[in-house]
Ligand binder design. Structure first.
Ligand SMILES: [Zn+2]
Length: 451
């Protein structure tokens, strides 16, 4: 039998308990078909790529992001603000988002993710000043060939109702629920190997009404969907919840019916140990965003402690305006550094961080059967990593530790669904130049920089 693609001469990280030195991996029909080492004969293939001994891993899974924010990256007036100051400074700009700017920002985000080793990403799109913005995101994902787990974000509580955002970027409850149903019908593909899925994602406890939290959970049950929100990201959220709901953010999360295996939350920095135990027991997963947390300058979740308590933890790049980059390699390295900074050198290894970026992210998206590992039958989403010869010189004894400890690694080759989307570090997207030019125009418009 002839397979579609053979990757040979690779150090294969297949899964947390399976690595193969001098290995090969065969791809057929968008799936991992077979794996072998030097002693085993590789099948004939229509196309062959030599990894030249480099590390091959599953594509990293991004469990938290806001792609549209790359239109306001490093926006000078808010770079030194707290989370709430930063949000209040940017909401009025984001009110100018439209389908064109969302298509362009999603395209840029997905290409950047592919170059940083990510093959599946969610996006938390919660600003909807105009309709059909997530439709534009699915157009971008299809044009690029990216595996995309969209989330229908929402905000209902504007400044007038005691919330943070201006009225121009919030929506009424019925509009949100009807649009959620519409998007699920149009784009949610529950079948194996899907390229597009939809989850429901009210922005945060302080920006939506109780009805939206409750009805989103009901809708998720009805259509078998994932649920996502920000939770316990900032101390301001604790005071807000105490004042408005008379409880902690976690207690409110439980009260509105979200403590279920459907849910994954972003950040989860300020819960008590008992609250982590309760959500872990309920099957809730967490996406840690190390760079975003450090850039905002607040706390960070103790990811290894959460894992010990039984919670599944993935990684997200968040932003883009809060962290301004979308390299999942960088997030993975930062997660490892944070774990070791917190508890010492025995606390966390490169493999622990890689497990979070692959299996952990897939658990967040409820997609562990097919992504986040390279066992036969998995989606053929993988990365051949690249590092300069200078940076890698002398790293001879452990390819996985070297990958995360030595200087920046980028995706040399990125494969999604069996197709090569980045080759020799270059995205194979013919109109990338046009997209970047148009993105620059839209970024100037949204930042009100004129001409
Ligand atoms: Zn976020």
């Amino acid at each position: 039998m002839t397979v579609d693609l053979l990757i040979r001469d690779a150090y294969l990280y297949i899964d947390r308990d399976w690595e193969v030195a001098n290995g090969w991996l065969a791809v057929k029909d968008g799936r991992v078909h077979a794996i072998g080492d030097r002693a085993e004969d590789a099948p004939a293939a229509k196309s062959v790529i030599s990894a030249h001994g480099r590390l091959v891993t599953p594509g990293l899974v991004n469990a938290h992001h806001h792609m549209y924010q790359n239109l306001t990256r490093a926006y000078a007036p808010v770079t030194n603000g707290t989370l709430f100051e930063w949000l209040k400074g940017l909401y009025p700009l984001w009110a100018d988002l439209d389908a064109e700017s969302v298509y362009l920002s999603t395209s840029v985000a997905m290409v950047e993710l592919l170059m940083g080793g990510c093959t599946t990403s969610m996006d938390h799109m919660y600003v909807h000043p105009r309709p059909f913005l997530i439709d534009a995101q699915f157009r971008a994902a299809r044009d690029i060939g990216f595996r995309f787990h969209a989330t229908r974000g929402s905000m209902t509580r504007s400044v007038e109702d005691g919330g943070l955002p201006p009225a121009s970027v919030v929506q009424d409850e019925d509009t949100i629920l009807a649009d959620s149903e519409r998007l699920v019908a149009a784009f949610h593909d529950p079948t194996p190997g899907a390229m597009g899925r939809v989850a429901l994602a009210p922005c945060s406890l302080f920006s939506v009404s109780e009805r939206i939290m409750v009805e989103s959970a009901r809708l998720a049950d009805k259509h078998d969907l994932r649920l996502h929100t920000h939770l316990a990201e900032d101390p301001d959220e604790d005071s807000y919840c105490a004042e408005i709901y008379g409880c902690t953010p976690t207690e409110y999360f439980e009260r509105v019916g979200w403590a279920s295996p459907r849910s994954w939350v972003a950040h989860y920095i300020y819960p008590t140990g008992d609250e982590i135990d309760r959500l872990a027991h309920a099957g809730v997963c967490t996406a840690q965003c190390p760079c975003s947390n450090m850039m905002i300058g607040g706390g960070t979740a103790d990811a290894m402690d959460m894992r010990r308590r039984g919670m599944r933890v993935g990684l997200g790049c968040d932003g883009s305006a809060s962290t301004d980059h979308a390299s999942m390699w960088l997030e993975t390295r930062m997660a490892m550094l944070l774990g070791r900074f917190r508890h010492g050198p025995h606390a966390m290894s490169a493999r622990d961080a890689l497990d979070m970026a692959t299996r952990g992210g897939a658990a967040c998206l409820g997609w562990e059967d097919e992504i986040g590992h390279l066992r036969p039958g998995a989606c053929a989403d993988l990365i051949i990593w690249s590092m300069s010869e200078v940076a890698a010189a002398g790293a001879l004894s452990d390819p996985v530790e070297a990958w995360l400890r030595c200087a920046p690694a980028v995706a040399g080759t990125t494969i999604v669904n069996g197709k090569v989307l980045v080759s020799d570090g270059v995205p194979l997207l013919a109109n990338l130049g046009d997209i970047l030019r148009d993105h620059a125009r839209e970024a100037r418009r949204i930042q009100r920089l004129g001409g």
